[in-house]
Ligand binder design. Structure first.
Ligand code: ATR
Length: 280
């Protein structure tokens, strides 16, 4: 008789207690009746490599990685997807039967899938997209937009030099806009994406002048706590289409769940409600 093993997955980070990923994957495990578990794993930078090498021996089929391990995960992997290499960070690791570790980054895919789902007909290749922020999340968004042939990406960051570094790396379709010129750039953009932490609980509010927001625009905030940020509220008031960050969180999790548990989940309202309950 062959013994069935219970597949394990999780999210490694520090801190990790507030991660919504265990709740998210737990919902799908129950929904698909998979006899597996997804757990939060609080691991320091010092212990990360040792833990990573040990997990496959304990029945883990893969993990998500979050701060501060996203770059280290990429370096330790045996194989890396093209987009993870371009972004320079991994968020999804799959442990192969051979013992090899495969690294992927699904943040950009999640960003794009969320927009396509929330805004039917949304096309990245005919747009001017304004991206606020030049950190890790921005890298994933900009890399994905460049790959999707977005003709014009306006990139603004409080620290201008970081935006210039990104623009240099991703080519001439990325144009740096001064942080003080964001109010005017809002008027020029078809889609606006906030990748900064402004508006997140415990962080400063976004105080930018948002008066040029208008109907027909798409405004996506990657911040999901709170789910309705000032940026999204102002977008709605102006008649623009507001797309919240919870959708991206859900969509970036799909490829990992599918790779580990062989089922492809479809986001539903029940999952959103389940996550919103934890945020409330
Ligand atoms: P993440 O991986 O989530 O993108 P990050 O790399 O720390 O996190 O980037 C945070 C982003 O939020 C940066 O673009 C940061 O701007 P700086 O590069 O100038 O630090 C932006 N950010 C954070 N606090 C901000 C504030 N008070 N005003 C404007 N931008 C801010």
């Amino acid at each position: 008789m062959t013994r069935k093993t219970i597949p394990l997955a999780g999210v490694i980070g520090q801190p990790i207690a507030h991660s919504l990923s265990p709740r998210l994957h737990g919902y799908w495990l129950r929904q698909h009746r998979v006899a597996g578990h997804y757990v939060p794993l609080e691991v320091s930078h010092r212990d990360f490599e040792q833990v990573l090498r040990t997990l496959p021996k304990m029945g883990f089929v893969g993990v998500n990685v979050t701060l501060p391990h996203k770059e280290a995960a990429l370096k330790l992997a045996d194989s890396v997807s093209d987009i993870a290499a371009i972004i320079g960070a991994a968020n999804t690791l799959t442990f192969r039967k051979s013992g090899r570790i495969h690294a992927d980054n699904t943040d950009g895919e999640g960003f794009m899938a969320n927009l396509r789902t929330a805004v039917p007909g949304w096309k990245p290749d005919t747009q001017t997209v304004l991206v606020l922020g030049a950190g890790g999340a921005s890298r994933a968004v900009v890399a994905t937009l460049v790959r999707a042939r977005t003709p014009r990406i306006l990139l603004a960051n409080r620290t201008r030099a970081r935006a210039e570094d990104l623009a240099e790396e991703f080519g001439r379709r990325v144009q740096v806009v001064d942080w003080h010129a964001v109010p005017e750039a809002i008027g020029e953009a078809d889609t606006i994406v906030n990748t900064t932490s402004l508006g997140m609980v415990g962080k400063p509010e976004m105080k930018l002048d948002l008066t040029r927001l208008r109907a027909g625009q798409v405004v996506n905030d990657l911040v999901y706590n709170p789910v309705e940020t000032r940026l999204l509220a102002e977008a709605r008031r102006a008649g623009a289409i507001a797309v919240d960050g919870l959708g991206m969180l859900i969509h970036q999790a799909i490829p990992g769940f599918e790779a580990w548990f062989n089922r492809r989940p479809v986001p539903d309202e029940g999952l959103r409600a389940h996550l919103l309950e934890a945020l409330a």
